[in-house]
Ligand binder design. Structure first.
Ligand SMILES: Nc1ncnc2c1ncn2[C@@H]1O[C@H](COP(=O)(O)OP(=O)(O)O)[C@@H](O)[C@H]1O
Ligand SMILES: [Mg+2]
Length: 215
């Protein structure tokens, strides 16, 4: 089954300059796609479009054969909250919540009981080597620690698709391997599709396919 389909997707940065155009992507449930290309080529912009966080200037996006544009605002919001997991390049953790609370949020929004949300969040954080950081707030954590919390938050509610923007970019090689392994395994276990922006050849090779954006 096609989970996410982009048809003729285009994004314009100025009136006469397109970042990309006529882009077709078809992603099946459980499929893992690496998104590559030089800095500034438009990877983050494309990921935001695929997540429905931003609007394309051309083309359309279908999720489970439904056009995101035709979908009502409530349905779209529900979809984004429940079916999508997103690791932002700049993490975007909530500063007033500690690590554990940040990771629990998607579960609570999806209506899971508090205990279950807490158990899942703890399991992920501890698998990522952050068992000692549950109570810590983002401001006192390193970039690498914040990145792993952002990764846990993208997986915790078992979304149908995970969109991850350089999710191991701030990690040392050993921790990066650990995080990548967890990300791929979690997606496989829940048959979630994965689109991952990465500059790492080794990371890209683990996934099913790759898409390289060029000018
Ligand atoms: N809203 C915007 N207005 C103008 N330029 C933008 C906007 N968003 C992105 N860009 C430009 O688009 C290009 C691609 O950005 P980005 O998607 O972040 O690239 P990547 O993630 O591949 O490094 C950059 O050159 C950036 O300056
Ligand atoms: Mg980027």
């Amino acid at each position: 089954m096609t989970l996410l389909q982009a048809e003729g997707l285009g994004r314009r940065v100025t009136n006469d300059r397109w970042l990309f155009r006529h882009l077709n992507i078809s992603l099946a449930a459980g499929e893992q796609l690496a998104l590559q290309g030089a800095s500034g080529v438009g990877k983050s912009t494309l990921l935001n479009l695929l997540a429905g966080l931003d609007q394309p200037d051309e083309g359309r996006l279908l999720f489970e054969d439904k056009d995101l544009k035709i979908m009502g605002a409530n349905e779209h919001l529900h979809l984004r909250r429940v079916a999508f997991g997103f690791v932002f390049q700049a993490f975007h953790l909530m500063p007033h919540l500690n690590a554990l609370q940040n990771v629990m949020v998607p579960c609570l929004i999806a209506g899971l009981p508090l205990d279950q949300a807490k158990d899942r969040a703890k399991a992920l954080l501890s698998a990522l080597g952050l068992a000692a950081a549950y109570e810590q707030f983002p401001a006192v954590l390193s970039g690498g620690e914040q990145q792993r919390i952002a990764l846990a938050r993208a997986l915790v509610h078992h979304p149908k698709i995970v969109l991850a923007d350089e999710p191991t970019g701030n990690l040392d090689p050993i921790t990066a391997d650990l995080a990548l392994e967890l990300l791929c395994r979690s997606c496989r276990e829940h048959n979630a599709a994965l689109v991952m922006v990465t500059h790492s050849e080794k990371a890209a090779e683990r996934l099913d396919r790759r898409l390289v954006l060029t000018n």
